[in-house]
Design a binder for this molecule. Structure first.
Ligand SMILES: [Zn+2]
Length: 216
C-alpha cells in the first residue's frame, strides 16, 4: 500500500521507528532526499534539447529532505546489491569498449552497433547505481505541490506507526491533573440561566407607533 506522510513532519524528523520497505527496526538513520516526478509534458521539451528539459525539470522538482530516515539491515543489503550491480555494469561497459577498440580494426563496420551496446550498458549501470540512493531504497516520492511524501509498497508496520504519529500523543485522562481550584470553594453557577429575563409587552417608542409584526 502507499502511505502518505506530511512533508513538514518528515523534515522535522517525525518519522517511524521501522523502515518503510520491510517494517523492521531501523539499524541506521540516514539523511534522505525524496523528489517529485518530472511531469510528463516536460519530456516534450526534449525535442528542443536536453538543456531546456533539464532546466524545467529542475525548476519543477519538489524535494523533501528527511534528516533521520530509518533503514533496516535488509535495506542496507539491498543498497549494496544495487550498487554492486550498477558499478559492475559500468565496469563491464568500459572494459568491453576498451577491449573492442584493441581487438577490432578501426575500419570494422560492426564496431558502431557494438559501441552502442556498450553505451546502453553504461547508462543502465548508472541507472541501477542511482537506485542505491536512500530515497530509492525507501521507495518514496514527493507530491507535485511538495506537501506530501508518498511511500510506495510501504510495510504494514510502517503504516501503523505513521497512523500513530498522525494521531499524536495519547491524551491523558483529566483525573491525572489536579483541578484548577478546589471544588468546594468554586462558585456554583448554573450553566444556563434558569429563567430568562422577563420582557414586558412591547411598547411603542412614541405614541401612535405600530406594534411591528405583532398581531393586533
Ligand atoms: Zn528495510
Amino acid at each position: 500500500m502507499t502511505v502518505d506522510l506530511r512533508a513538514q513532519a518528515v523534515t522535522a524528523g517525525a518519522v517511524p521507528e521501522v523502515c518503510a520497505r520491510h517494517g523492521q527496526p531501523a539499524t541506521r538513520r540516514g539523511k534522505t532526499v525524496f523528489r517529485s516526478y518530472t511531469p510528463k509534458w516536460a519530456y516534450v521539451l526534449l525535442l528542443f534539447g536536453v538543456l531546456p528539459f533539464a532546466i524545467v525539470a529542475a525548476v519543477l522538482q519538489k524535494r523533501v529532505k528527511a534528516p533521520t530516515w530509518p533503514f533496516c539491515a535488509d535495506c542496507g543489503r539491498l543498497r549494496i546489491r544495487r550498487l554492486l550491480i550498477g558499478v559492475g555494469l559500468v565496469v563491464l561497459a568500459v572494459v568491453g569498449a576498451v577491449a573492442l577498440s584493441a581487438l577490432l580494426p578501426p575500419s570494422d563496420s560492426t564496431a558502431g552497433p557494438i559501441v552502442l551496446v556498450f553505451v546502453l550498458l553504461l547508462i543502465a549501470g548508472l541507472g541501477v547505481a542511482s537506485t542505491a540512493a536512500n530515497g530509492s531504497i525507501a521507495s518514496g516520492y514527493v507530491s507535485k505541490d511538495g506537501s506530501i511524501l508518498h511511500l510506495r509498497r510501504a510495510h504494514d508496520r510502517f503504516a501503523e506507526q505513521v497512523a500513530a504519529l498522525r494521531r499524536g500523543p495519547v491524551p491523558q485522562p483529566h483525573q491525572a491533573y489536579p483541578p484548577p481550584y478546589p471544588e468546594a470553594g468554586r462558585p456554583q453557577y448554573p450553566l444556563y440561566p434558569v429563567a430568562g429575563p422577563q420582557y414586558g409587552p412591547a411598547t411603542p417608542a412614541w405614541p401612535g407607533q405600530g406594534q411591528g409584526d405583532q398581531p393586533r
